[in-house]
Structure formats: structure tokens, C-alpha cells
Design a protein around this ligand. Sequence first.
Ligand code: UN1
Length: 516
Amino acid sequence: MANDTIDIKTSEIDNVFKELGIQAVNSGVCGEKWHKKPNGKNLISYNPSTGKPLAEIICADDADYEKVVVQAQAAFIKWRKLPAPQRGEIIRQLGEEYRNHKYSLGKLHSLEVGKIFSEGLGEVQEAIDICDFAVGLSRQLYGLTMHSERPEHRMYEQWHPMGVVGVITAFNFPSAVWAWNATIAAVCGNTMVWKPSEKAPLTAIAMQKIAHKVLEKHDMQGIMGLVISPDRALGEKMAADTRMPLISATGSVAMGRSVGQVVANRFGRSLLELGGNNAVIVMDDADVNLAMRAIAFGAVGTAGQRCTTTRRVFVHEAIENQLVDKLLAAYKSVSIGNPLQDGVLMGPLIDADAVKSYQKAITQAQKEGGKLIAGGKPLNMGKGYFVEPTIILANKPLPIMQTEVFAPILYICPIQKLEDAISFQNDVPQGLSSAIFTGGLGNAEQFLSVVGSDCGIANVNIGTSGAEIGGAFGGEKETGGGRESGSDSWKVYMRRQTCTINYGKKLPLAQGVEFI
Ligand code: UN1
């Protein structure tokens, strides 16, 4: 079901920024202060629903980047000395500001990256949630104590901040993924420089403007820096920059491979969150309605542009027809169109290239023997980048199913045994998210066991997307191995120090070694 006219006025963006209390959006560079006149190229942010420009901003050039990094280094000297719970208090205030502006920020996500309003609000909520998490964490940066083998000795470990953290984010979660990194890095005592996606610069500016205002109140500006770049150049610069001991990068496998290599070459640390190719297994004892709803949200939500999007389904042959029929009915009821309109469940893809990749993948899947049973075509809705959510059936996994395509294309294959489903699921280069639907404890536990899913996220009777911030987020293989957000992911933003203290008058050596 598609709405055929999309009418979002470009002036909407001015209203959103007005609601946010933000005057100028033209500068994409912020260190201690907003650079009023950065020297980089101009960059236009487009509304993917209309193909029309939303606003034009000026990016950072090399000299602007240099200033922001130097200011982040200077800010680190101050910030690291502020007790962690006081850093947490500032992040609490940041969370409050995001709460106050949730509505406008949510709308901005819809305008700039085409998320339906409910998902736009959800993303802002995710940023708020991680602020709350970071506040609590600021009092829980625990180290262990150990029993020394030597008398009158004490051993413990403690955690110190690393310095300036480089954060590179993708268009599809333009605020939450930055917030995962920024808030945790900040309570840990780091400062940061953020290079957002060139496809979502306005959301980055809005998040940064709000953060900057909060930090300024505490005379702590410079903790969170922003450098918008129209291409990869600044990201590459960051990867090679020895002043950044940690680079946290979210995006394509190709980008992660290059960032990871450059950072490793200088013995820096990287936190990579790259591609996903997530599967749902549906066993014959599953609640099919539950599975259908989770798959529909996982595959169609965010127009298939999450790294956690459900791309493959392995369903027991006994219930394949039942599940497929339910999914077809659900797909028919999905209203596609203006993401800000009530009732619309799917917005556009991000740009024309994404539409091309969608078409190419569908053609390829059909060449490989896949049977198209739903969708398959771009929608002619003005200049917006809308496509139909698509389902392709295959008797067995197709070669195209090895590749992550950021679009709502779902492949469904029948299976007879759980073992086969698990092996199909794991037989891809990526390893982010996975799920099983089953009423059986045995199936569920096998899926979660050492011979089960090889992904960073493994769910039972829950879909692959929409993870909560409390858990560690990330995955294995080409997904990059990084973990961010909740649990003990904070440790990657800190350096560990093992301390042994001798409070006696003797100097016993470990391992019983005798010396002078
Ligand atoms: C991403 O797509 O990069 O689990 C992040 C989810 C969201 C985060 C996705 N909480 O789908």
C-alpha cells in the first residue's frame, strides 16, 4: 500500500530547528566553540522522502579538524580530573535536554533519514536511555582486587580514560550510535571528536548543539567535538591520527576493514560495528503469529536499513506455507509513504544508490533461482526513494544471501532440522544478530549453546532488531568484533592498570625468585 504524493515542505526543517531553539545550522564544525565559518566544502542534506534539499552546511577542512582535535586534547586534561560521578551528573543533564527535545529530534530523524516518526522517537529514546545508563555507570567503573602471593602486598586494578576518542557513525542510526559512544566515553573521562555520516549532518548538528549548550554551562565545552566531512577523507585522517587512542566506527565492512587496519598499524584500539546479515529460525513448535510480527518488524522496519535488520528466514518446512501466508498478508497491510504521516510503517531508502542496490540484489536473486513473491520494485512517488518491501523464496540459501544489502529484502528458505538451520544461519561472513522462534526449551538452548548461533546477539522468541541499550551491542566475523552500549562495553573506552603495593619492610620477589 503506497501513498502516492509526498508533500513535505523544506521549511519543515526550519521549524524543527526553531523548536529546538537552534538558530544557525550552517556550520558543521564544533570544538570549544562552533566554528562560525568553517573552511570545508558545502554539503547539502536531502530529504529522502522528497529528494529535495533540507539545508546546506559547511564542512570541516583539514585545518578545522586540526583545531577541533587540539581542543579535544586540551579539554581532556581538565575533564579527566573531574570525578566520574560529576561527569555523570553532566551526562544526566544532557539526557534531560534530549528528553525535553525528544519530539523535535524525532521529527528531524524522519525528515533527514526517512524513519517513521515512531522510530525517530525511538532512536531519540535510545540516546536518552544510554545517558541514564552512563549516569549510573559513572559510579560503577569498578576494578577488581586480587590477593597477592606476597606477604604485606596488595594488588588491584584500576581504569583510566584513554584520551580523545574518534567516533565515526553511519546514517541509519544518526544519533543513538553516537550517544552510545559519547556518553560512555565521557563518563569514563574521555573527550571525543565525532565524524557523522555525510547523509545525516543535520541530526548530528542538532545533537551536538544541545550537548554543547549543556557542556558550556559547566565550562566543559570541547569535550564533545564535531567535524562534518562530505566524504571519507576526515574519517581516514582520524584512523591514522595517533592522538586518538581509540576509534569507534560504525558502517560498512569495507570502511571497517580500512579503519581497522590503519588503527592497528599504529597500535591504536578500534571498536568496529559493521555489517549484519541477520537470520530468524522458525521451528515447527513456534508461535507463528509471534514469529510473523517479529520478522515483519525486523525486515520492513527502518525500510530494512538497520544493521540488525532481518534478512534471512529459515523456517521448518511443516509451517513454511503458514508463515509465508501470514507474512504476505502483513506486507500487504504496510503503508508506505511520508514517514511523518500517521499510520505509515515504511519510509524511503536513504538515496538513489540504495534503490539501485535493492534492484540489483533482486535481479541477482532471481537469476540464482529465487522466487519473488512480494514486492520487488521501486515505487514511483515523486522524487523520493521508496521501494516495495520484498520477499524472495529459495529452496536453499542463494549466493546473494551472503551479502548485506541495506534494503527491505527478505529471503525465506525451508529447513527440516534445527542443525541445518543453524549451519545456514552461521554460514555467512557477518555475525551480528540472530533469533529463534520455538516453544521448545531444547531447541532454544541448542540455539544458544556452543554449537548454536555464532552471532554477538542471539534471541529467543524476539526478532533480530530493536536491541535494548543495557546489553553489549556488536558481533563477530565481518561485523568487526566490537561491543558498545551497555554491559561492560565501557572497558574498551578505558585503559586498565594493575597496581601492586608493598606496605611491608621486605621485598619478596614473585615466583620465589631470590636476588640481592
Ligand atoms: C544499527 O543499526 O547500527 O538493535 C544499530 C537495534 C537498534 C540499534 C541498531 N537498537 O536495532
